[in-house]
Design a binder for this molecule. Structure first.
Ligand SMILES: [Fe+2]
Ligand SMILES: [Fe+2]
Length: 304
């Protein structure tokens, strides 16, 4: 019997339950746990966050490297986390640290060494950077959530790869033979998308609501599925546009040959609401500036 015929489409409840039961995810490093704990508390101070990040010297160095990268536009090179906190602010640094904590776990998961995690990592990092540049070009004050949401938008694909291996192969086979995007093939094979699965994982890890919502809705920023908590559809829309941008400009690869749509009217309507820049020509100009700014960031150096 063909593999496809053997696989029953899962119900949303079954998949969610399976995500909830996942016990084999590598545990978050102590520093990551502490950063998440602080992010969910109401009264976090600069001293608390600085102390938490300094628990791990190499992690602190990486946070500082990102804060110093051109896309954060620091007025000058800063060599202490305390100063970076003063210049960029608590939320900005907290979101950089949060995104890195979660992605470090994912980067270390590699049970299928034949699959190209490096390209996936470059795609994810690229989306974080592009989302950040776009937010700045559009004057959106996202305080680092743009970067973290872009970085983590596709974590659901890793869950499917790791825990729904047969379905993962079938999804990619179907996407290639039918020439449809991976999202469509996921819904056909699994009955769920990587966006929703990633959102559930983010909930399980108790990431802030705004990040859970952005991950869950990055392919459909206009409407959130029932029971989710999108507090800012702009963040989801930023991730969506950034993902399409990275697909079009071959910035890494998330395994989807059809992912090249950065002009979704819905997402742009959300991003440009209340702004004077609304025409297609304006959007093209913003994207051109974004590409220029992205090239200037030399993003590879962030992850060395
Ligand atoms: Fe996606
Ligand atoms: Fe993606």
């Amino acid at each position: 019997m063909a593999l496809e015929a053997q696989l029953l489409k899962h119900s949303r409840g079954q998949i969610k339950a399976k995500v909830d039961r996942i016990q084999t995810l590598p545990t978050m490093a102590k520093v990551g746990m502490r950063v998440i704990e602080l992010a969910s508390s109401q009264e976090v101070s600069m001293a608390d966050l600085s102390r938490a990040i300094h628990q791990d010297a190499s992690f602190a160095a990486r946070v500082l490297k990102i804060a110093n990268s051109p896309f954060y536009g620091m007025p000058r090179q800063v060599d202490s986390l305390q100063l970076a906190l003063v210049i960029l602010g608590l939320n900005e640094i907290q979101n950089i640290a949060l995104g890195l904590s979660v992605f470090n776990v994912i980067r270390n998961m590699n049970s299928h060494p034949t699959r190209n995690r490096e390209q996936f990592w470059l795609h994810s990092a690229g989306c974080g950077i592009v989302a950040r540049i776009l937010a700045r070009a559009l004057g959106l004050h996202a305080e680092g959530t743009d970067f973290a949401a872009g970085l983590l938008h596709d974590i659901g694909k890793i869950v499917i790869d790791e825990f729904f291996g047969e379905e993962f192969d079938l999804i990619h086979e179907k996407a290639a033979t039918k020439n449809v995007c991976v999202l469509e093939a996921e819904e056909e094979v699994l009955g769920e998308s990587h966006a929703h699965i990633g959102g559930w994982l983010a909930e399980k890890w108790q990431l802030p609501d705004i990040l859970c919502g952005a991950i869950m809705c990055h392919h459909d920023s206009a409407k959130a599925p029932a029971g989710t908590f999108v507090k800012d559809p702009k963040i989801a829309a930023l991730s969506y546009v950034a993902e399409g941008f990275c697909g079009c400009h071959e910035i890494g690869w998330d395994g989807d040959s059809r992912a090249c749509d950065m002009k979704s009217p819905d997402a742009w309507d959300i991003l440009l609401a209340g702004q004077s820049k609304r025409t297609r020509a304006d959007i093209d100009a913003i994207l051109e500036e974004t590409l220029q700014a992205y090239r200037e960031t030399r993003p590879q150096m962030l992850w060395e």
